[in-house]
Design a protein around this ligand. Structure first.
Ligand SMILES: [Zn+2]
Length: 427
């Protein structure tokens, strides 16, 4: 019989059971609650022995979880949930030709701007961060700029020592680095990004993670597609010295998924933040729309590939929010982080709204919940543990300061509660 006779279970139960299997295989610290699930799993297998119909229906699939984590730099929750802002779209300071934005301001504005988020993720997964619906997610670092945000997201800890975007290697171990050290995942973690800071955030000299970011070419064995992408990247000017156009991050990522089959892939898009800083609201909106299409394309490729289909969770989030108003939307950050950088704003206070972020999740592990209201805010520092948990690992066993995984499913909700108890008693 198939050792992993999973047909009698629901999809969500399958997922949890696969995590149990993975935890055993990797010989990590086994959580007590997972032990109970393992017993449930064993009893399910026994039951199926006495049910020929169930046995016949059993899929001979090898089920193992994968995660693709995506970030969209500085995309505001306001545009994600409500589409183009009519006031900003008609403000001559930020838009050269408002007529071109008119299609985005008709009908369901949010769907017009980001159709994949609203037609697919909202229906089949969950979204968090719509303040108008009691759905909250925040950054906890005080700097509220990119490097501190990516560190918090990926290491599970807001580090007060990382309070600006200076180029220095991250002293903290990210969940990508840690997972890549686990026996089952060695060489199965990779990252692509548009910003040339990503190798610093992931501390490549120490982590040895494969990271392609900034204007780096693809290296190693090159397919004709990669040759062409390298050439196009060299020949295409970017508006910014440290950020490439997202299309290259996207296409390099898709090629890598196709050829290398990573278990965990991180894709960090960047255009939205840079067009916003350039005070080009129209370009910021088009970048948001392109990114939505990139993610739809990525999801389609995952579903077309038997290695990933029905086994992959897509998590999407952002590193920080932005200002809430017409005078502040283009910037973000604390007074300290913005010193010498913020020109137009009077730096009497932090840019309000910079800590307001969002998250989207889609995949077989995610209970469809639409826009999920939150009794208490979700936090950016919970993302690292969430990524690990989706792959069957307990990041807090390594980094006790890391915060608990987000309650994306009812079972992880229970786990999150347990983690919180552990957290309060931790030294
Ligand atoms: Zn920024």
């Amino acid at each position: 019989m198939n050792l992993f006779c999973l047909a009698p279970f629901t999809r969500a139960a399958k997922w949890r059971l696969s995590q149990v299997r993975q935890a055993f295989v990797s010989q990590l610290v086994l959580r007590p609650s997972l032990l109970c699930q393992r017993l449930l799993y064993a009893s399910g297998c026994l039951l199926s022995l006495f049910s020929p119909q169930l046995m016949a229906a059993a899929e001979p699939e090898h089920f193992s979880p994968k995660v693709v984590l995506v970030s969209i730099d500085g995309l505001r929750w306001q545009e994600l949930f409500y589409g183009a802002d009519a006031q900003l779209a008609n403000d001559s300071r930020y838009v050269r030709d408002p007529k071109l934005l008119a299609p985005l301001l008709k009908g369901h504005k949010a769907e017009k701007l980001m159709p994949f988020f609203h037609q697919v993720i909202k229906k089949q997964g969950l979204l968090v961060g719509d303040r108008h619906q009691g759905s909250l997610m925040n950054v906890s670092n005080k700097a509220r700029v990119s490097y501190p945000g990516y560190n918090e997201m990926l290491s599970g800890v807001a580090d007060p020592g990382i309070n600006n975007n200076s180029k220095r290697y991250n002293p903290n171990v990210t969940v990508l680095e840690w997972l890549n050290q686990q026996a089952d995942l060695q060489g199965k973690v990779a990252a692509f990004g548009s910003w040339d800071m990503l190798p610093y955030i992931l501390n490549v000299p120490r982590s040895q993670l494969p990271v392609n970011a900034g204007f780096a070419s693809a290296s190693g064995e090159l397919t004709p597609e990669l040759h062409l992408l390298n050439k196009l990247q060299r020949q295409t000017p970017s508006p910014w010295p440290s950020v490439r156009l997202d299309v290259f991050t996207q296409q390099f990522s898709l090629e890598y998924l196709k050829r290398k089959k990573p278990t965990l892939l991180y894709v960090a898009f960047g255009e939205t933040d840079d067009f916003a800083h350039d005070r080009q609201y129209d370009q910021y909106l088009w970048a948001a729309q392109r990114t939505d299409q990139f993610i739809a394309e990525l999801w389609q490729q995952l579903q077309d590939d038997p290695f990933y289909r029905n086994q992959t969770t897509l998590l999407i989030t952002t590193d920080h929010g932005r200002g809430r108003h017409a005078d502040s939307w283009s910037h973000h950050g604390s007074v300290r982080a913005m010193a010498g950088y913020l020109q137009k704003l009077t730096a009497s206070a932090a840019v309000e709204g910079s800590d307001e972020i969002w998250l989207a999740a889609l995949g077989p592990a995610i209970t469809p919940q639409g826009v999920k209201s939150t009794a208490t805010p979700w936090w950016q520092h919970q993302v690292a543990s969430t990524v690990a948990e989706l792959l069957g690992y307990d990041f807090q066993a390594f980094q006790y300061k890391a915060q608990a995984a987000l309650p994306l499913t009812s079972s992880s909700q229970q786990l999150a509660g347990r983690h919180n108890q552990t957290q309060t008693s931790a030294p």
